[in-house]
Design a protein around this ligand. Structure first.
Ligand code: ATP
Length: 274
């Protein structure tokens, strides 16, 4: 199940151009990735290679998209996973899965003839949370295995492996993960500003017929505080409103109604979890 899902996720090619806003984050990430590409120069200068990049920020801001684009940019195989996939009742299973993940990345790189592999772990806080007090041993073993794999990354040169992890709770992470030589690059992926929101709306409007008078600038203004994922929903809901009315094009009022709908949806979600 998880294995197939990982493979499926890795199939679609995604570039930085398809990520709206996030100019700083994209720039910082590309700079870090250049270290992976220019590994010969890095080695000659004796620079410590980057093993891990931590993407931090609220949900739905494009952290997964960034990791996928990173794989495309560096011509690496992409292997994705989530911290919750490593949580198991039985001691040792999580650690085994970590080992499997790295093995999978190496095998795929060999099979696809790639020089490098990017391993993405979403929700890293689930396995990399602070190890204080009487926490479960299972978590310890899984985290230890991850640290072991990270430490071993440069014992073999081919393929080169880069770990990208995402969390929206950086303060929860165990300090062992944040030490130099582990996740020592941190990139903040924030909620988009107005310009970013407009860019994201435009990207998600590309395959949708917008009415000539639809004004995405205004929608960007009205959607203050929305994440990329919410903006994607706004475009999608607007298309559904248009369809319900039997129209061929999305009009401004459909977009405005969708903003309210997405905002309300969030509110009821939150209330139901309180
Ligand atoms: P989470 O922390 O919840 O896993 P995330 O930060 O990894 O979220 P993604 O999974 O990358 O977020 O984004 C979810 C979806 O939202 C994307 O598939 C895309 O449709 C849309 N999206 C989010 N951010 C952007 C963006 N910056 N540009 C374009 N689309 C975006």
């Amino acid at each position: 199940g998880a294995e197939r899902k990982r493979k499926k996720k890795g199939l679609k090619k995604l570039t930085f151009e398809q990520i709206g806003g996030q100019d700083n984050a994209k720039q910082e990430l590309r700079e870090a990735l250049d270290f992976l590409i220019k590994h010969e120069e890095i080695r000659q200068l004796g620079i410590r290679p980057i093993k891990g990049i931590l993407l931090t920020g609220p949900p739905g801001t494009g952290k997964t998209l960034m990791a996928k684009a990173a794989a495309h940019y560096t011509d690496s195989v992409f292997v994705a996973s989530s911290g919750s996939e490593f949580v198991e009742m039985y001691v040792g299973v999580g650690a085994g899965r970590v080992r499997e993940l790295f093995r999978d990345a190496r095998n795929r790189a060999a099979k696809e003839n790639k020089q490098s592999a990017i391993i993405f772990i979403d929700e890293i806080d689930v396995i990399g949370g602070k190890r204080e007090g009487g926490q479960q041993r299972e978590y310890d073993q899984t985290l230890n295995q991850l640290l072991t794999e990270m430490d071993g990354i440069y014992s073999s040169d081919s393929p080169r492996i880069l770990l990208i992890a995402a969390t929206n709770r950086k303060e929860m992470l165990d300090s062992a993960l944040l030490r130099p030589g582990r996740f020592d690059r941190h990139i903040q992926v924030d909620l988009p500003d107005k310009k970013g929101r407009k860019h994201i709306l435009e990207l998600h409007a590309q395959n949708k017929p917008l009415h000539a008078e639809a004004n995405l600038e205004k929608i960007a203004e009205e959607s203050f505080g929305f994440s990329g994922a919410q903006l994607e929903s706004v475009m999608n809901e607007a298309a559904i409103y248009a369809m319900r009315e039997g129209l061929q094009e999305i009009e401004q009022r459909h977009l405005s109604m969708s903003i309210d709908k997405v905002m309300m949806g969030e509110r009821t979600d939150r209330e139901s979890t309180l």
